[in-house]
Design a protein around this ligand. Sequence first.
Ligand code: NAD
Length: 395
Amino acid sequence: MIIEPRTRGFICLTAHPTGCEQNVINQIAHVKSKGKIDGAKKVLVIGSSTGFGLASRITSAFGSDAATIGVFFDKPATEGRPGSPGFYNTASFEKHANEAGLYAKSINGDAFSNEIKEQVVNLIKEGLGQIDLVIYSLASPVRKHPTTGKRFKSVLKPIGGEFSNKTVDFHTGTVSEISIKPAEGEDVENTVTVMGGEDWKMWMDALQSENLLAEGAKTVAYSYIGPEVTKPVYRNGTIGAAKDHLEATAFTISDDLKSIGGKAYVSVNKALVTQASSAIPVIPLYISLLYKVMKGKGIHEGCIEQIQRLYSERLFGGDLALDSKGRVRIDDWEMREDVQAEVTELWKTATTENLSEIGDLDGYSNDFYNLFGFKVDGVDYAADVNEIVDVPSIQ
Ligand code: NAD
């Protein structure tokens, strides 16, 4: 079929298998171009099909020749209906990993559930024996709690008072004022339940209790801090409360891993266009200004550049360069004083009329379409493509 983008707000309902494959190929090429990383050899990535998780899986496999197990929650294609990008990405990743002679198995299902944890435990027992790196990169709006069965929804709201600021509709370029009502009722607790550290710890407990973590195993979860301008809705908002919880959980997990000489880290990553971040009000405007400034300075990075640098310079580079709160900071270039000062100035003047000039709206929009395999260089979108693509390890 001919597959075209069909967008609705910040999501795209279709995805292009050839475009997704090209994205994966480009990421593999980037990792290979940077040379080998003396990193972990048996890696579990939870949230492995898009964004930072996919970049982590690719960096492990093609940077360190690692065997990888990926867990994700995506929709396979059905006749006439394309699958979700994560499914196509995973199919392509496995194909290229297999061609390179690398072990790669994937499990598509709810990572929050006991069933999926059990499936992964069994897979590790059968295939890899033990894991030496666990990447936790889930971004989800909902979580069904595995012990109570209760469904929790995360929200993106300020805490304590209404927040008003500028935002952009990145499809039209219209800059407008938005007001977001503060969290109420159990919004904060619910968001912490979905995006905090409880599930990360459950994963680590499940692996450790079955003796599936190798001596010195590491685990890393991803967090975000960001600038002053997004603070009320991000870091000081409901999602920030969840990130505080995730970051605190790293210390609890590190304590648990002491007996095997293991360690848990949080890496604070840069703001990037992913399915998760497009959904957060205000962030798209910030990102389009940030992209312009960072590209102008020659320090722009996508997910793969971020994670390749995280692995090669920090996790396996001998210098974690932890901040005062014990976090790895791969958002260091985003948070540079000169970068933030310029973005802050641009923010004050940003309007619908000048955004295409002072911001990188095209870069934002292009990255958004790329997430779904569209507008990828070198792909012939007029060509007929088979929407049904299999992930080799998933029957
Ligand atoms: P993403 O939406 O691209 O990826 C999320 C992944 O989680 C996908 O593989 C998806 O399949 C998987 N997933 C979601 N729900 C699942 C479930 N129930 N079971 C199994 N898999 C599930 O998101 P991302 O932006 O790469 O975010 C990953 C992490 O990085 C998050 O913790 C996010 O907060 C953090 N982060 C993101 C940014 C950013 O700007 N995008 C910046 C810093 C940190």
